[in-house]
Design a protein around this ligand. Structure first.
Ligand SMILES: C[S@@+](CC[C@H](N)C(=O)[O-])C[C@H]1O[C@@H](n2cnc3c(N)ncnc32)[C@H](O)[C@@H]1O
Length: 756
C-alpha cells in the first residue's frame, strides 16, 4: 500500500514536471525512478513498463516509411513548440542529455533544449543488445551528450505523463558521432530577403505557423541589417540608399526590398493570428503599414487582429478606412460586417442564436462576442466568498452574460479511448490538457493574464479581491496592465477550482451543440467571468454552450442584488448522489444550500427510499416501463409520497424533495397500470414539472418531460384547457432552458424535445 502511495505521488510530481518542462524536478524524479528500479525489479510501475515494452517495438516498426532526411534540411524547433501526439515533420530538436540513462526495453533519460526546458526522453534502440546493454547505453547516451532528434514526437505515456519518444534510432543523431557538425543549423543563412519570404510562404502554406514566423523574422532582420550601420562602413552609401527606401526614396531594387519587407511583416501578422497572438499580429500589420500605408492585406490583418483582441470599434474604423481606398473589396466588407455585429453584441447583448440551437447552422459554430450584462462580482455574505450578483431586476430567460473560453479542450471523437471518467471535470486527461494549453496560451495576452490573476486556485484560501467588470468587457485596452507570471501549479489549481464542463443544468441544443466531427460532448474549458458563479442545488441561472462560447441567462425572476447561481452537477437526484457527483467532478466543497439542509433533516425517514434510488442509479432498465427495476422505482415513488404526507407539511419543501426523486416518478408514470389503486397517490405530471421548475429551473430533462406530456395530452385528445395549460408550462420551461427566444423558435424546440 505504502509502495503504491509513493508511486502515485511520484507520478503526480512527474505529471506536473512534464507539463512545466521543469529540468531540476525531472532530473530529481529520474534519479528516484532509477533508484526504485534498481531496488527491486518490480519497483517501477510494472503495468506501465509492460505496456511500454509491448507498444514500443510496434511503434518503432510502424513509425518509418519515409526516407530519413539529413539534419541540414531540417528546421530547428524547441520543446514548447511541440504538439502532444503529433510528429513535428521536417523539424529537428537539438538538446543535451542531462542525466544518466537507465534501460528497460528502451532507454529512459532526460533531455534539455536550448531554452532550458526539459522532458523525459524515451529511445527505442535495438542496437543496444546483449548482456552489456547498460554499459552501452551509459556510453552512447551518457550525461552531457549532445543530440539532435529528427521530427520529434511528444507523447502521453500510459501513466499519463509526457515524454519525447524516439521510436527509431534513425531519428536520433549523437552529434559527437558525426564528423562534421552542422555549424549553422539553418539552411537559409545564404538566402536573400526575397527568398526568405518565399520560403516563409511555403511554410505558411504547410500550416507550420511557427516555422513561417521564423522565416519572415529572418527576412525582416536581414533587411534591417542592411540599413543598420555596419562596423566596416559606418556611413556607407548603401545604407543611405536603403534608408531612402523607407523614407520614400526610389531605386528599383529598393522598391522591391521595401515591398518584400511589407509582405514579410504582413504575412508574419497572419501567422501570429493563426497562433492567436493578436497583439503581435497587430504590431506586425502596423509595421507593414508604416512602410506602405495603402497595403490592403495589412489593413485587413490589422482589422482582424483588433477584432481578435475584441477591440471591435477600432476594428470597424480600420475596415472603414480600407474601404475608402478599396470600396469593392469583399473580404473587407465581410470583415466589417462581422466586427459591426460583434460590436453590437458586446454593447447591447443582442445575439441571434436560434439557428445554432435548432441545429440549422451550416457547418462550424458562429463567432460571438463577449457580453457583460446586468451583473457584478461581489462578496457573497451567504457563502463567505466572492460570487456573481445581478445589478437590476431580471426576468426568466434574460441574458446575463456571454463569455468565450480562454481555452477549451474536448474529446474530438478521433480517439475514443481517451474518454475517461463520466464528465469533462472527472477526466484527468482533459484537465491535464487544459492546464497545458492554458500554460502556453496565457503569456500571449495581458488581458487573460490579468483575468487569471483574479481567479482562485484554492478552496481554502478565500480571495476577496473583486475585479472590475471592465476586465471582462470587449473594447478595452490592456497594455497598461503589468504582466503576471502564472506558475504551472497555480494553473492546475485554477483548473480544479474553475473549469467547467457540461455537467449540471445545461441547455444542450437539438444536436447537442456538437462541433463538426465531434461524437462526444465531453469537454472542459476555462471561462473568465463565469468562474465567479457559485453553485446551488436550487440554481437560478442556466448555461448554454455553443462551441467555445458560454451563454448564461436567468432561469427564474431575480431581484437586484440577488446572487446568480448555477448547479455544478445534475440537480435532479437526491442529496447523497449530488454530493457524490460533486466529489467525482473534483469540486472540493460540500453544498449547504437550503435544499441540502432539508434533505439532511429528512435523512432518516427517507433513508430506504434514497438507498433504492442509489442502487438503481444509472441502471437503464429502471427507466423502461415494464422492467422489474422500473416497477421497483415506481413503488419507491409511492413510498415517498407516503413519507411526504407524514413528514413534510409545506408544499414548497415537497416540491424540492420530489425533484430529487424525479426518476422514481418517471417510472411511476410509466407503470401506472401496475400500481393499481395506489396510482392515485402519484401526483399529476404537471405537479412534477412545477416542482422541477421551482427547484431547479432550466433543466433540459424538465423540458423533455414537459414536451412529452404536451404531446401525450394532444394525442389523447385531452380537453382544450388541459392542452393549453400544458403548452403554457412547456413554453415557460423552454424559455428557462434556452433563454428568451421568439415564440416560433420555442415551439420548434418543444416539438423536437417531445420526440427525444
Ligand atoms: C468557480 S469558483 C466560484 C467563485 C469563487 N467563490 C471565488 O471566490 O473565486 C468555484 C469554487 O467556489 C467555491 N464554491 C462555489 N459554490 C460553492 C458553494 N455552494 N458552497 C461552498 N463553496 C462553493 C468552491 O471552492 C469552488 O471550488
Amino acid at each position: 500500500m505504502e509502495h503504491n502511495g509513493v508511486l502515485a505521488s511520484l507520478k503526480e510530481r512527474l505529471m506536473k514536471a512534464t507539463i512545466a518542462m521543469d529540468k531540476v524536478e525531472l532530473m530529481e524524479l529520474h534519479k528516484l525512478h532509477m533508484k526504485q528500479f534498481e531496488d527491486s525489479a518490480t519497483g517501477w510501475d510494472c503495468r506501465i513498463k509492460k505496456e511500454m515494452e509491448e507498444r514500443t517495438p510496434a511503434i518503432a516498426k510502424a513509425s518509418r516509411h519515409r526516407a530519413i532526411l539529413p539534419l541540414e534540411v531540417l528546421r530547428r524547433v524547441t520543446l514548447v513548440e511541440l504538439t502532444v501526439e503529433k510528429r513535428k515533420d521536417e523539424r529537428v530538436l537539438y538538446g543535451t542529455l542531462c542525466v544518466e540513462p537507465f534501460v528497460l526495453s528502451f532507454v529512459q533519460t532526460v533531455i534539455e533544449d536550448d531554452e532550458g526546458k526539459a522532458i523525459t526522453l524515451i529511445i527505442y534502440d535495438p542496437i543496444l543488445d546483449g548482456e552489456s546493454v547498460m554499459e552501452m547505453a551509459n556510453i552512447r547516451y551518457c550525461q552531457g551528450t549532445k543530440v539532435a532528434i529528427k521530427e520529434p514526437y511528444l507523447c502521453t505515456l500510459p501513466d499519463k505523463t509526457r515524454a519525447l519518444c524516439v521510436n527509431s534510432v534513425g531519428d536520433i543523431t549523437i552529434l559527437s558521432e558525426i564528423s562534421s557538425l552542422p555549424t549553422d543549423v539553418s539552411p537559409w543563412s545564404n538566402l536573400d530577403i526575397a527568398a526568405l519570404r518565399a520560403e516563409g510562404n511555403r511554410y505558411f502554406a504547410k500550416e507550420d505557423w511557427v516555422g513561417a514566423i521564423d522565416l519572415y523574422s529572418q527576412c525582416i532582420s536581414k533587411s534591417m541589417e542592411s540599413v543598420r550601420p555596419s562596423s566596416k562602413s559606418p556611413n556607407s552609401k548603401a545604407r543611405k540608399k536603403k534608408m531612402a527606401v523607407y523614407n520614400g526614396g526610389a531605386t528599383k531594387q529598393n522598391e522591391l526590398d521595401s515591398e518584400t519587407v511589407t509582405l514579410a511583416y504582413s504575412n508574419r501578422a497572419a501567422a501570429w493570428m493563426k497562433l492567436r497572438h493578436f497583439e503581435k499580429a497587430l504590431n506586425d500589420s502596423e509595421e507593414a503599414l508604416k512602410v506602405d500605408h495603402t497595403h490592403l492585406k495589412s489593413m485587413y490583418r490589422k482589422g482582424r487582429a483588433l477584432h481578435g483582441l475584441q477591440q471591435y470599434g477600432k476594428a470597424c474604423e480600420t475596415f472603414q478606412d480600407a474601404l475608402v481606398l478599396y470600396p469593392l473589396d469583399k473580404d473587407i466588407k465581410n470583415a466589417l460586417q462581422r466586427s459591426k455585429t460583434c460590436d453590437l453584441q458586446s454593447r447591447l447583448g443582442l445575439f441571434e442564436i436560434s439557428k445554432c440551437i435548432l441545429g440549422s447552422c451550416d457547418g462550424g459554430v458562429t463567432e460571438f462576442s463577449d457580453y457583460v450584462g446586468p451583473v457584478e462580482i461581489k462578496w457573497s455574505e451567504n457563502l463567505g466568498m466572492r460570487g456573481l450578483f445581478v445589478t437590476k431586476d431580471v426576468d426568466v430567460g434574460d441574458l446575463l452574460l456571454v463569455s468565450n473560453a480562454i481555452s477549451a479542450v474536448r474529446i474530438d471523437g478521433t480517439n475514443p479511448k481517451r474518454v475517461e471518467g463520466s464528465s469533462g471535470r472527472s477526466n484527468a486527461i482533459l484537465r491535464d490538457e487544459l492546464a497545458f494549453k492554458l500554460y502556453n496560451l496565457i503569456p500571449k495576452s495581458p488581458k487573460w493574464q490579468h483575468q487569471l490573476s483574479f481567479l482562485t486556485d484554492s478552496g481554502d484560501k478565500k480571495d476577496d479581491r473583486c475585479p472590475p467588470m471592465d476586465l471582462f468587457k470587449p473594447n478595452q485596452t490592456w497594455n497598461s496592465f503589468s504582466k503576471h507570471e502564472v506558475s504551472p501549479s497555480r494553473i492546475e489549481g485554477i483548473v480544479f477550482q474553475n473549469a467547467l464542463d457540461e455537467s449540471g443544468s445545461c441547455a444542450r441544443g437539438l444536436h447537442n451543440n456538437r462541433l463538426p466531427g465531434e461524437n462526444n460532448r465531453q469537454f472542459l474549458g476555462l471561462w473568465a467571468l463565469p468562474s465567479f458563479i457559485n453553485h446551488s442545488c436550487c440554481p437560478n441561472a442556466v448555461r448554454l454552450h455553443l462551441g467555445d462560447t458560454l451563454f448564461l441567462h436567468a432561469s427564474r425572476p431575480l431581484e437586484c442584488g440577488d446572487e446568480v447561481t448555477i448547479s455544478y452537477v445534475n440537480p435532479l437526484v437526491p442529496l447523497r448522489m449530488r454530493r457524490e457527483l460533486l466529489e467525482q467532478d473534483k469540486w472540493d466543497f460540500i453544498c449547504k444550500c437550503s435544499r441540502c439542509e432539508l434533505e439532511l433533516r429528512l435523512r432518516e425517514p427517507l433513508k430506504h427510499i434514497c438507498k433504492r434510488m442509489y442502487d438503481h442509479w444509472g441502471v437503464k432498465e429502471s427507466m423502461v416501463a415494464g422492467h422489474p427495476e422500473s416497477l421497483d422505482m415506481a413503488r419507491n415513488a409511492l413510498r415517498l409520497e407516503d413519507r411526504l404526507k407524514l413528514n413534510v407539511p409545506y408544499l414548497h419543501e415537497r416540491q424540492l424533495i420530489r425533484t430529487s426523486y424525479f426518476n422514481a416518478y418517471w417510472s411511476a408514470f410509466h407503470n401506472l397500470d401496475q400500481l393499481g389503486d395506489h396510482a392515485y397517490s402519484i401526483p399529476r405530471p404537471e405537479v412534477l414539472i412545477d416542482a422541477m421548475n421551482v427547484t431547479s429551473p432550466g433543466d433540459s430533462v424538465t423540458l423533455f418531460f414537459a414536451a412529452y406530456w404536451l404531446k401525450k395530452f394532444e394525442e389523447q385528445g385531452a380537453s382544450r384547457i388541459v392542452v393549453k395549460d400544458a403548452q403554457k408550462r412547456a413554453m415557460y420551461t423552454c424559455k428557462s432552458v434556452y433563454g428568451k427566444q421568439k415564440a416560433d423558435v420555442l415551439k420548434r424546440l418543444i416539438k423536437a424535445h417531445s420526440a427525444g
